[in-house]
Design a protein around this ligand. Structure first.
Ligand code: ATP
Length: 332
């Protein structure tokens, strides 16, 4: 029980550390697309090695963490922000219990923090759910950064990244942002130079695809064709050179996703939308990660807007975005 002058974290209310601690911290974290994605054979441990190029894009999740004075750190509640732009049916599929990735992230920081309190996490969702854009991972990254600030934990980016890796292979990238090469199961990250943002159009679907199901479909397609996948090796040098140069036309021929055929086998209409975007003048197109979100590469910002308008005119939701952008960061 709190006494006069004490704080939920057990510090004296006159303690400068308590006074300096914010009570509410809002963090934005980007969704991602994969400009290049090679997948190796199914391993005995059930995972696949990958060689991936991640790009953080300007479609953000927002997590607002509010300290709940007088409650223990295990008391973590979560709600979906009214400003979320996804369909209500999609939002209804997000777990609001301890399995929510943002809650799991907060608990990991609470374990380390000296004076954690209970916290409420309000997640404002703009990244499609089970859309192949790492939306849940972005929520986890945002919650890590927010709780670190809220509880004055002072963890380095590297320490946060280690915590994030416990939650999923895409969480360290949502912290890092920018462009990066992911090897191993996507968790061995190396930042890539990409100083000039490129312009993209994203077309989300009104349904999700489960990542393990898409990997399973890839294994089944390979087995049916009698092909044995090579180890993924490295990301093609051409991808990294084009990103370094900020040259959309040079990047276009290198866009590749081994999961694309698997996603299309599960949701055949994706092939029609890809062809539509190509027909409307996209430089190149691909399924993002495990799908079903589609990414179309444009020559510049105007071209991306034109393409988004043309796709909207044909009844698709289409978002003009740019990437790379920064990873998880506090919003003033
Ligand atoms: P990835 O590409 O990393 O597999 P994704 O974008 O395809 O991710 P997510 O939106 O991250 O998929 O969510 C996948 C599943 O994770 C959801 O179906 C949901 O059950 C669960 N989940 C847990 N926490 C969250 C969260 N904060 N937001 C969305 N989904 C979450």
């Amino acid at each position: 029980m709190e006494t006069a002058g004490s704080t939920p974290g057990g510090l004296d209310a006159s303690d400068p550390l308590w006074q300096a601690a914010p009570r509410r911290v809002k963090v934005r974290a980007p969704g991602k697309i994969n400009a290049f994605f090679k997948v190796g054979p199914l391993r005995e441990d059930g995972y696949h090695a990958v060689a991936s190029t991640y790009l953080a894009v300007s479609r953000y999740e927002e997590v607002a963490a509010t300290a709940r004075p007088g409650t223990p750190p295990s008391d973590i509640t979560v709600s979906i922000g009214a400003g979320s732009s996804l369909d209500p049916e999609q939002l209804a599929g997000i777990p609001l219990d301890g399995s929510n990735l943002a809650v799991r992230a907060a608990l990991l920081v609470a374990d380390i923090a000296e004076n954690p309190t209970g916290v409420h996490l309000e997640i404002t969702k703009h990244v499609p759910i089970a859309g192949g854009m790492g939306g849940g991972s972005a929520d986890a990254a945002a919650a890590l950064v927010a709780c670190d600030a809220l509880w004055h934990t002072g963890l380095s980016r590297e320490e946060l990244s280690h915590l994030g890796a416990e939650l999923g292979a895409d969480v360290p990238f949502a912290l890092l942002g920018g462009a990066a090469v992911g090897l191993g199961v996507g968790d061995q990250l190396t930042a890539a130079l990409a100083p000039t943002p490129l312009h993209w159009v994203l077309v989300p679907a009104d349904y999700g695809l489960s990542t393990p199901v898409v990997y399973g479909a890839l294994d089944a397609l390979r087995a049916a064709a009698g092909t044995v996948a090579d180890e993924p090796g490295q990301v093609e040098a051409g991808v990294l050179a084009a990103l370094r140069a900020g040259d959309a036309r040079a990047l276009a021929p290198w866009l590749h996703n081994d999961l694309q055929a698997a996603a299309v086998s599960l949701a055949p209409s994706l092939a029609d939308v890809l062809a539509e975007g190509d027909g409307l003048g996209a430089l190149a197109s691909l399924v993002s990660g495990s799908g079903p979100t589609l990414a179309f590469l444009a020559a510049d910002a105007d071209h991306a807007q034109e393409l988004a308008d043309a796709l909207s005119g044909r009844g698709h939701r289409a978002w003009a975005v740019e990437g790379p952008v920064h990873g998880a960061h506090i919003v003033p």
